[in-house]
Design a protein around this ligand. Structure first.
Ligand code: HMG
Ligand code: MG
Length: 305
């Protein structure tokens, strides 16, 4: 390997938001809070804790205000907002870091935000400017950057164009997503290399869903393109309810294990991360069966010596 890889990578834990938003069981607020606290105890310094979306659209996130009241601290706690109403609700809290989201694909935006891309950007871009003027950290989550479940392959130039509009409006960070886990390592390397070139002063984060098992390979490709920030979800929980076929995010434990074994420091304690998964797993509609977790459980049971 002749590419210089980073010595440190930042994990942005999205389990409490992306991880839980698609969960069938309505999880009690206290159980979510215990999960978030355990994730922080494992070393998470950046974490999406909830979203201020319409509770009619995503009932799982209806307790966003209570989550925020209990979980804010001096680390970077992101909350998502889909529109001005979400921002107004957030402004009543002490949240300092806001994530707005828009897809590149028009059909995805219609399903996810009930607006086409043009109309959605028309609403969100002035909000970025306002939030920056008010001193917030603003992240833009760019969905369907590679493929859309309704429109198929997305032209990379369209992705760059949407990113450019958010950068012009003043975002601090772009989190660029493979929403339905179809990107290949080559496509990941190409897009993220271009993002690095186009937006050298913006924090760039890769957000991979692991629908087809390619997320770790894509992260490796992104490291080679100069990316060192990754959105991941403890236990591989996750998926957007409005992206047909979307499944979990890449599992935090898999990414942390890979990076640490490669000598790339993450600051995350894997044993404590397993403790965080123990907090949430009994409340979920399914077991957590990521390879790392499965092996860990077997070792605990003593079935592997
Ligand atoms: P709409 O129905 O067009 O909105 O939905 P509306 O303005 O007509 O409002 C409908 C009702 O919702 C009204 O209530 C509003 O007050 C209320 P009513 O008067 O009928 O009682 N409402 C709200 N309530 C609380 N907070 C709000 C809010 N807004 C309206 N912010 C809307 C439009 C954008 C609201 C809706 O489509 C929505 O909430 N969408 C969110 C979808 C979502 O959460 N998707 C998942 C997050 S994105 C994601 O996962 C992708 C990502 O991970 C990256 C990747 O992987 O690709 C980031
Ligand atoms: Mg996602």
């Amino acid at each position: 390997m002749n590419v210089l890889l980073p010595q440190h990578a930042t994990i942005i834990e999205v389990g409490p938001r992306d991880g839980l938003q698609n969960e069938q069981n309505q999880i009690k607020t206290d159980d979510k809070i215990r999960f978030i606290k355990a994730l922080k105890a494992a070393g998470m310094k950046e974490i999406e804790i909830t979203s201020f979306v319409s509770p009619k659209w995503v009932p799982q996130m209806k307790d966003a205000s209570e989550i925020v009241k209990t979980c804010l601290d001096d680390t970077r706690n992101f909350v998502l907002a889909p529109n001005r109403k979400g921002i107004e609700r957030i402004k009543e809290t002490n949240v300092k870091a806001i994530a707005l989201f828009a897809g590149v694909s028009n059909s995805f935006n219609q399903k996810n935000s009930n607006k086409g891309t043009k109309e959605l950007l028309h609403e969100l871009l002035p909000l970025v400017e306002e939030l920056k003027a008010d001193g917030y950290f603003v992240r833009a989550c760019i969905s369907t950057a590679f493929y859309c479940p309704y429109e198929g392959k997305i032209d990379g130039n369209d992705t760059i164009d949407v990113c450019q509009q958010f950068v012009n409006a003043g975002v601090d960070e772009l989190s660029v997503a493979d929403t339905i886990g179809m990107a290949t390592p080559e496509e990941s390397h190409n897009l993220f290399s271009q993002l690095v070139k186009e937006f050298p002063t913006t924090l760039l984060t890769a957000h991979f869903h692991d629908t087809r098992g390619m997320a770790l390979a894509n992260i490796y490709a992104c490291l080679q393109a100069g990316i060192s920030r990754f959105d991941t979800s403890a236990g591989g929980l996750g998926g957007c309810p409005f992206a047909k076929g979307a499944t979990g995010n890449v599992a935090t434990e898999s990414v942390v294990y890979m990076l640490e074994r490669m000598g790339i420091e993450t600051g995350i304690n894997l044993e404590k991360l397993m403790g965080a998964i123990n907090e949430i797993e009994p409340h979920l509609s399914r077991s957590i069966l990521t390879p790392y977790r499965t092996l860990y459980n077997k070792e605990k049971e003593g079935s592997i010596k």
